[in-house]
Design a protein around this ligand. Structure first.
Ligand SMILES: Nc1ncnc2c1ncn2[C@@H]1O[C@H](COP(=O)(O)OP(=O)(O)OP(=O)(O)O)[C@@H](O)[C@H]1O
Ligand SMILES: [Mg+2]
Length: 486
């Protein structure tokens, strides 16, 4: 329950804009300090002034007590009353003065409209002492400090005086009012100052938020200006760096996307071309061959002479053998059956052997850990096509004398390959966007979650190395196997 309350309060607080938070904290702190200070000052002043008023009431009572006998002993009650009344009208804050006899009767007083009898019920803190101490009396005219003093050690009675706190209270109140006014002015200034400060602090943050929104919309052309070197300055610099890197990553992504589209277009084009060729070959080669076979059969049918018959059967056999070879070639070009039947190693050995017979550079093929191992069919096809393309490139562009192909199954989980030639090399950074062979290799390897690097420099040959994860193929084929062709 308490936890939910706390999280709700936290959510409410976090929903307040940063500007309001900072301004609220500055103004709130200033107000709290000001109010506490005003309260303390008011209390300290009230304590001090009231202490002085208490002392004054007692000293005035003592003064009257010392002067009262000269009137009382000659029974000059009128003179005593005059003394009290003059004192009340001349001395500021003196509210009243009166004398009571030892029997408790009022002997003389300063009141004009009759003596308020309830004053007699006010008890001094120390009635038996010469100065009875100040008692706080609440009257309809405000608080009065009432002090009594014995006249001739109490033999003639007591004098009591009342000092009003009204004027002191008014002074304190006006002081507190002017303090509150000053606090108000200071708080307003604080508010303005904190508004300015928060504007300075939050402006870069707001700019960062706007820039982040632009990046979200795919607009990376952003550079935020900031001359500050504080934390916010570093944040802005880091943001600018990030925008530059994102723009670069986006450029690379778009480039790759364009290449990918081109690659796809080319694959479809090549596929169509391949189908066209197969259709043409089927038509030209196989259909015509069948027509020729039919003619040959007709001739055999009509042949009477056994010698001629045997010659025609011999020719028929040759035609059939030739056509079988042509169909085999066609099937081989489309997809070598040995790749499906015997696996990658056998297919590549066969391919490399045929290739080196056709071209005038030597090819070394070395394979480690691949004997009797069958990888997933799509991995075998990919590696076969990579080697095919690399050899095609060497034949077309490299003018090499020697080429080396090394394949190794490492720990049964990773297939590594290196294809090297000692030809004329090329500048890797200047590959054309319409050339798809190397890009196709990279795509195949990346699609299989592997890595590939193409290293070449003019005059220094070419090295293509790749590694492809192949899952766990059992490892265990400890003894190296190598086979050579060419
Ligand atoms: N082994 C190599 N030796 C020298 N240059 C090479 C080699 N391999 C590739 N190149 C250079 O790199 C370029 C790009 O090769 P890539 O295979 O991508 O395209 P291509 O062979 O020209 O065309 P295709 O799309 O038909 O393969 C080639 O044109 C060639 O200049
Ligand atoms: Mg090529």
């Amino acid at each position: 329950m308490a936890c939910r309350c706390y999280s709700r309060i936290r959510c409410l607080f976090e929903a307040v804009p940063l500007r309001l938070k900072i301004m609220g904290m500055v103004v709130g702190t200033a107000l709290l300090i000001a109010v506490l200070t005003a309260f303390q000052v008011r209390r300290a002043m009230t304590d001090e002034i009231f202490r002085q008023l208490r002392e004054r009431s007692c000293s005035t009572a003592l003064e009257f007590a010392s002067r009262a006998p000269e009137y009382v002993l000659v029974n000059d009650i009128f003179g005593l009353t005059r003394l009290f009344k003059d004192a009340v009208s001349n001395r500021r804050d003196l509210r009243y003065a009166f004398m009571i006899s030892p029997k408790g009767e009022v002997v003389a007083h300063s009141f004009s409209g009759g003596f308020p009898m309830e004053l007699l019920s006010v008890e001094s803190p120390n009635p038996s002492e010469e100065v009875g101490g100040a008692a706080r009396v609440v009257t309809d005219e405000g608080v009065v400090w009432d002090c009594s003093a014995q006249v001739m050690r109490g033999m003639l009675g007591r004098v009591r005086v009342g000092i009003s706190t009204e004027r002191a209270q008014r002074t304190i109140d006006s002081l507190v009012r002017s303090m509150i006014f000053t606090i108000g002015v200071v708080a307003m200034a604080g508010l303005l100052f904190s508004a300015l400060l928060t504007w300075f602090l939050t402006r870069p943050i707001a700019q960062l938020a706007q820039a982040a929104a632009r990046i979200r919309r795919g607009d990376y052309d952003i550079h935020l200006e900031s001359c500050s070197t504080d934390e916010i300055g570093s944040l802005v610099a880091a943001f600018n760096d990030m925008a530059v890197q994102l723009a670069e990553a986006e450029r690379v992504r778009q480039e790759r996307e364009a290449l990918r589209k081109e690659y796809l277009r080319k694959i479809i084009e090549v596929q169509e071309e391949e189908r066209r060729r197969v259709a043409r070959e089927l038509h030209d080669q196989v259909a015509q061959a069948l027509v020729a076979l039919r003619l040959d059969l007709k001739l055999i049918e009509n042949a009477k002479d056994p010698k001629v018959l045997s010659q025609r059967i011999q020719r028929l056999r040759q035609t059939i053998a030739y056509e079988m070879e042509a169909i085999h070639e066609l099937a081989l070009a489309l997809r070598p059956p040995v790749l499906d039947d015997m696996g990658l190693l056998a297919a590549l050995e066969h391919y490399v052997k045929e290739y080196s017979a056709r071209y005038d550079f030597s090819i070394d093929f070395l394979a480690f850990g691949l004997e009797e191992v069958r990888l997933e069919s799509y991995i075998e096809t990919a590696v076969y096509r990579i080697v095919q393309e690399a050899l095609a490139n060497i034949a077309r562009h490299a003018q090499a004398e020697n080429a080396t192909i090394i394949l190794e199954l490492v720990d049964g989980t990773e297939l590594r390959g290196v294809i090297h030639d000692d030809g004329q090399g090329f500048d890797v950074s200047k590959r054309g966007v319409t050339q798809m062979g190397l890009y196709g290799m990279e795509e195949r390897v990346h699609l299989l979650g592997g890595k590939i690097s193409i290293d070449s420099r003019p005059g220094e040959g070419t090295v293509i190395s790749f590694s492809i994860p192949v899952g766990d193929r059992g490892g265990g084929h400890g003894e190296d196997h190598d086979s050579h062709s060419g």
